[in-house]
Design a protein around this ligand. Structure first.
Ligand code: 3HC
Length: 406
């Protein structure tokens, strides 16, 4: 008999695994990038495709088929590839073949595994970096580059906002020192690489700019047109948008080949993933340079196309939304659902804890975008997520979200 918390985890996790198979079978992302995305972007112990092999493709397929028979929701219908692999007897780790090839309980390299010869190289020199923005993501991105030894010019709207970035990086450096992982000399060196400015003109000579300002297309296109005017020829212009089309930012410039997405995860200094998002016009050497740069600053890069949600948000937010839908049924409390996910699945945070960290306004906007892009009725935002936003319960930043932080 399955326990209460096993039921919760299967209800929430199996559709997420199915969605990951669909993403892989559609060719949007490679098997390795789907798994690396969830491991390094969200701190999951294993990626969804490897998790499927470990649970057994037949087990997940049967559970989904039973659920689909009840719900009729296409999101619960087992993915074609899942059906095919099960029909071929490739049910996962137990038989040595599933989505991956296995030997002695571990994944072995196969025809889809990249070799070390494929490691990206820096095609353009990137020494100095610019960041536009002073919010949480911007401050984290400034810190990532400064810690890796880059001089960073960051642009904000006021001296107070610039000081906020220094304060956040100082706090993280002090925490590292307190934990015995840093020293005063390193802290001074990191802070010495920060160059705040209130004018964008300060970005004229940087090799790469990452923007992390408001998620508003008009605001971003104005910025990209201005960066195109200000930045030297050859400078790469990157956006950390999570939901807007990068092609539209590229269209605002005379250098669409140098425009790319670098989607960092929250908290940026800790989460190792960067989704590198290319448009049809991004130059291959710009893509390769940015992926090599990610490796140089200690991040793992995965490659994505310019589509709502990229890899991680497209898999993560439907699962978070499903958690809200499950809670709405009234049979499980928020605390029970959070605990089941942490204890049964080993994820670092429960869904409601994570929603409150990301912000319910941000989460709702992403879910609305996914609903629009994929047109699946099952992706409609949960009523309680909409209510939380309407009532101003945005999460930790407002002192209350799904949970209370007062
Ligand atoms: N800034 C800098 N460092 C931080 C930090 C912050 N805001 N928060 C935590 N850290 C550091 C701590 O110093 C600590 O480092 P140490 O162990 O080396 O000293 C390390 O991170 C672990 O922190 P804690 O021990 O305090 O706490 P946890 O063990 O609970 O880990 C966590 C915190 C790393 C955030 C972990 O809970 C986690 O991985 N959560 C999942 C986060 C996630 O899913 N993020 C993705 C959200 S989606 C997104 O960002 C996309 C966007 O488009 C919305």
């Amino acid at each position: 008999m399955t326990s209460h918390s096993e039921q919760i985890s299967a209800t929430l996790v199996y559709p997420y695994l199915n969605h990951a198979v669909r993403m892989y079978e559609s060719g949007y992302a490679t098997r390795g990038d789907v798994d690396a995305g969830m491991r390094f972007g969200c701190g999951y112990p294993v990626g969804p495709l490897q998790a499927l092999d470990e649970i057994g493709l037949d087990v997940v397929r049967d559970a989904l088929a039973a659920r689909y028979a009840e719900s009729g929701d296409h999101l619960h219908q087992p993915a074609e590839l899942l059906e095919k692999l099960v029909a071929e007897g490739r049910t996962g780790r137990g038989v040595g073949r599933g989505l991956y090839t296995w030997a002695d309980g571990a994944v072995v390299a196969d025809e889809e595994t990249p070799s070390s010869d494929d490691a990206p190289r820096l095609r353009h020199e990137v020494r100095t970096v610019g960041v536009v923005g002073t919010g949480t993501m911007a401050a984290g991105i400034v810190e990532v580059f400064a810690k890796a030894g880059h001089e960073v010019t960051y642009v904000g709207r006021s001296d107070d906002k610039l000081a906020g970035v220094v304060a956040s990086i100082t706090k993280n450096q002090d925490r590292a020192i307190a934990k015995g992982r840093g020293d005063e000399a390193t802290k001074a060196a990191v802070l010495g690489r920060l160059h705040g400015a209130t004018s964008r003109e300060a970005l004229a000579e940087v090799d790469l700019v990452v923007e992390a300002i408001a998620e508003d297309l008009a605001v971003k296109t104005e910025l990209f047109a201005d960066l195109d005017r200000i930045c030297k020829p050859g400078a790469i212009l990157a956006t950390t948008t999570s939901s807007l089309p990068i092609a539209r930012c590229a269209d605002a410039t005379s250098r669409p080949e140098a425009v790319i997405g670098m989607h960092f995860f929250n908290p940026a200094p800790v989460m190792k993933l960067v989704e590198v998002v290319t448009t049809e016009r991004t130059a291959p050497e710009v893509d390769e340079t940015v992926r090599a740069l990610c490796a140089r600053v200690g991040k793992v890069a995965v490659s994505c196309g310019d589509r709502a949600g990229f890899i991680v948000n497209a898999l993560l937010f439907p699962y978070l939304n499903d958690a809200a839908l499950l809670a709405e049924q009234g049979t499980h409390s928020l605390v029970e659902i959070d605990a089941a996910i942490k204890e049964q699945v080993g994820l670092p945070m429960g869904p409601f804890e994570l929603l409150d960290v990301v912000g319910n306004d941000v989460s709702l906007a992403i879910q609305q975008e996914l609903h629009r892009e994929f047109g699946e009725p099952g992706l409609a935002p949960a009523r309680t997520l909409e209510e939380a936003v309407a009532e101003g319960r945005l999460g930790r930043k407002t002192g209350a979200g799904f949970h209370d932080y007062s």
